[in-house]
Design a protein around this ligand. Structure first.
Ligand SMILES: [Zn+2]
Length: 322
């Protein structure tokens, strides 16, 4: 009789403890957090922060033009099914508000501007894109042109701010795994700091600091951070033709500074780089801006850090660093 009574008391106590725990601890998710990130750097950052707790996909198909992406109806369906939609900024993905508005009506999807709080570089007037065209056509949508350089991830301190924003969003949606997200974010930020250090030491004492780029204006942040003189053939977008003046300036610089290499980007205009190389006899080296990542690179396991390490190797070669 006594044992039985004790048993019930214990049982009641156990229920009490369990129900208290249920009230205090955040609910455990049944499925992994689903995340859609617009472009490659964000996709890779989100994979790092999410680890095995998040299923991350990239919205833009590999090798599409991130600056002028044409949304497909299916994109909005995909985003509205996700827990979190990550974009860099309204400067980078000027179409992001369309997805957010359409998806927000149906779901409790969380839209996150991952670049919020990043230190921004003002885009010089000559590198802005589309202003003349927008004025001429009176196109209201095209009127919003970038005032700031949107390639913020190429400053590795900004990349760390993006990691913090991503981690905060993941914790907001899935507090039961907050410790994992915090730990993953800290570990990855340490790797970004190491990357920054390897750029600083790797790019010290080079024969030249001039970087001539036969691609679009993407490396302004990198140039500012590591004191490079950066010239590009195209403005913010490589879909317009470069001006003959810009091409002549690049050719002049190659000759004046006796540069052994110029840089090209994978997806846009390697033809121009080849033309300059044929004219001046310089060699060609690749620089990856982080958002132009092809199918093959992704299949081969490219990461943001591996792309940036590849850039550093080519910068050291082209700038003739010790
Ligand atoms: Zn770009």
């Amino acid at each position: 009789m006594h044992t039985r009574k004790l048993f019930f008391i214990l049982l009641a106590g156990l229920f009490l403890i369990l129900s208290c725990q249920r009230a205090d601890a955040p609910p455990v998710r049944e499925a992994r957090l689903t995340v859609i990130a617009t472009i490659f750097p964000l996709y890779d950052f989100a994979r790092e922060v999410g680890g095995d707790k998040a299923s991350v996909t990239m919205l833009l198909p590999p090798a599409s033009d991130a600056h002028h992406y044409e949304l497909k109806p299916d994109d909005i369906v995909r985003v509205s099914k996700a827990d979190i939609f990550l974009f860099v900024s309204f400067e980078m993905e000027q179409w992001a508000y369309k997805v957010i508005n359409a998806a927000a009506e149906k779901t409790n999807m969380l839209a996150v501007e991952a670049g919020k709080g990043a230190a921004l570089l003002t885009l010089a007037q000559e590198h802005r894109h589309g202003e003349d065209a927008a004025e001429a056509s009176g196109d209201r949508e095209a009127e919003h042109t970038s005032k700031y350089d949107p390639h913020i991830w190429l400053d590795f301190t900004n990349a760390q701010i993006m990691i913090d924003n991503i981690a905060a969003a993941f914790i907001n949606k899935d507090p039961s795994n907050s410790e994992t997200y915090k730990k993953n974010a800290e570990r990855y930020k340490t790797r970004l700091m190491e990357l920054d250090r390897s750029y600083r030491t790797g790019l010290a004492g080079c024969r030249t600091r001039t970087v001539l780029h036969a691609g679009h204006w993407a490396f302004g942040y990198l140039a500012q951070r590591y004191q490079l003189t950066y010239l590009s053939a195209y403005n913010l977008s490589a879909d317009a033709e470069p001006s003959p003046q810009q091409i002549l300036t690049l050719i002049d610089e190659v000759r004046k500074k006796k540069l052994p290499y110029i840089y090209y980007e994978d997806l846009a205009a390697p033809k121009l780089a080849k033309t300059i190389a044929a004219e001046t006899g310089v060699g060609l080296l690749k620089l990856n801006n982080g958002h132009d990542v092809g199918k093959k690179d992704i299949k081969d396991g490219a990461t943001f850090i591996s792309l940036m390490e590849g850039n550093l190797k080519n910068l050291k070669k082209g700038m003739q660093c010790p």
